[in-house]
Write a protein that binds this ligand. Structure first.
Ligand SMILES: [Zn+2]
Ligand SMILES: [Zn+2]
Length: 389
């Protein structure tokens, strides 16, 4: 398509048909990582500065609020972007030199955004969430998060839809998130790191008070960093996996993992060529939904690699800059995880989760069924060979 890189970005779906690369061929050089970090901080600092300038301007509230919304969304996008770059770096999917990676990650992508320490994050995420034995079990911190928000298999449908909206806003959940950050920043890390973190924030707040920018920072940095981030990550988190799975006994172990994720692409079918008023209306609607739904969701909630989270679980050491292309390169190839699947638009993903949690449809892409048929066919073949031998 014309402007394919743009469409790949909006939808998260690449049409790359080259050969798959080795994971390490997708890693960054150190200066590329620095550019990524600098870009994120440049957007964040510019957004906070613009927000503050508008806040002090003579503009009417009607003119100010739209600017505030853009500022908030951009700060959420880039601070969560830093968190995700940290995530990849922590997996060993950014730099080959892990000592450098840890240092850069801690000081530029964790401490200033009040994120978890390098070591604890590795434990919670790479060792637990990514473990074949823990993913989507009660040991998985990400599933515990769903449980804490009141989700379970067999929940009533009205409860499912209403909780999707109000659960992240409950004071109990907001407090739990805030307390998690305090713990992960000032209680759980190693002593030396707690000192670094405390000194950083002491200097930060001293300067904020000295230059009297406390209100501006609260409005345009801490509000999006702490409260809106929670909401933005909730939207993607709900569909990150087929939570509380009901996996049939005997399923191949890697297929059981593959069945829990899918490509979460944004967009809808284009109306194609046509004429007349009816077709024009379809086109207007398609473009409107692109700008009113797909692009805002991509920026607010599905930044960086999130549409390809399924492939991330298959190949956690492929860098986020290449993940859409690598997913595409691997799509038609046989894999121990089974075939790849996908949804278009977040709504479709929510329907799948609803059917699974509320309507007892636990195999939305027929992956378990596909696996059973393959195992049966393999057994038949084995029997046949034994007979011939
Ligand atoms: Zn990961
Ligand atoms: Zn995951």
């Amino acid at each position: 398509m014309p402007f394919q890189p743009f469409w790949t970005w909006v939808t998260g779906k690449s049409l790359w048909d080259g050969n798959p690369k080795l994971a390490r061929e997708t890693w960054l050089t150190e200066w590329q990582l620095w550019c990524q970090i600098a870009w994120s901080w440049a957007v964040t600092i510019t957004s906070v500065t613009v927000g503050s300038a508008v806040y002090h301007s003579q503009l009417s509230l009607w003119a100010k609020v739209p600017v505030y919304i853009v500022v908030w969304v951009l700060v959420v996008n880039r601070t969560r972007g830093l968190l995700h770059t940290f995530h990849y770096t922590n997996h060993g999917a950014s730099l080959a030199d892990m000592k450098r990676a840890k240092w850069i990650g801690t000081f530029f992508m964790s401490i200033p955004i009040l994120h978890t320490s390098w070591r604890n994050y590795h434990q919670l995420h790479a060792e637990t969430h990514h473990s074949r034995h823990d993913l989507c079990t009660d040991r998985d911190p990400d599933q515990q998060f769903m449980t804490a928000h009141g989700f379970y298999r067999g929940m009533p449908e009205w409860d499912y839809w209403t909780r999707l909206v109000y659960a992240p806003l409950l004071p109990r959940n907001l407090w739990a998130h805030f307390w998690f950050r305090i713990e992960q920043n000032f209680i759980k890390p190693e002593r030396k790191e707690i000192v670094f973190r405390a000194v950083y924030w002491a200097v930060f707040f001293t300067l904020a008070i000295r230059f009297q920018v406390g209100t501006e920072l609260a409005l345009f940095f801490f509000f999006p960093l702490i409260l809106l981030t929670q909401h933005s990550s909730w939207i993607q988190h709900t569909t990150e996996h087929l939570w509380f799975p009901d996996c049939p006994e005997g399923t191949s172990p890697f297929v059981a993992i593959g069945a829990l994720t899918w490509g979460r692409f944004l967009g809808r079918p284009h109306p194609g060529n046509g004429r007349g008023l009816n077709h024009a209306w379809k086109l207007v609607k398609w473009w409107a939904l692109l700008f009113l739904i797909d692009i805002p969701i991509r920026i607010y909630s599905f930044m960086q690699d999130l549409p390809s989270h399924d492939f991330h679980h298959r190949a956690p050491r492929v860098n986020f800059w290449r993940i859409a292309q690598e997913r595409s390169a691997n799509e038609g190839l046989p894999s121990k995880y089974g075939p790849m699947t996908e949804t278009w638009g977040i709504w479709e993903s929510w329907l799948i989760l609803r059917d699974h949690l509320c309507r007892g449809q636990h195999d939305p892409f027929n992956i378990y069924q596909w696996d059973r048929q393959h195992r049966e066919a393999a057994n038949l073949l084995l029997d046949e060979r034994k007979r011939v031998a």
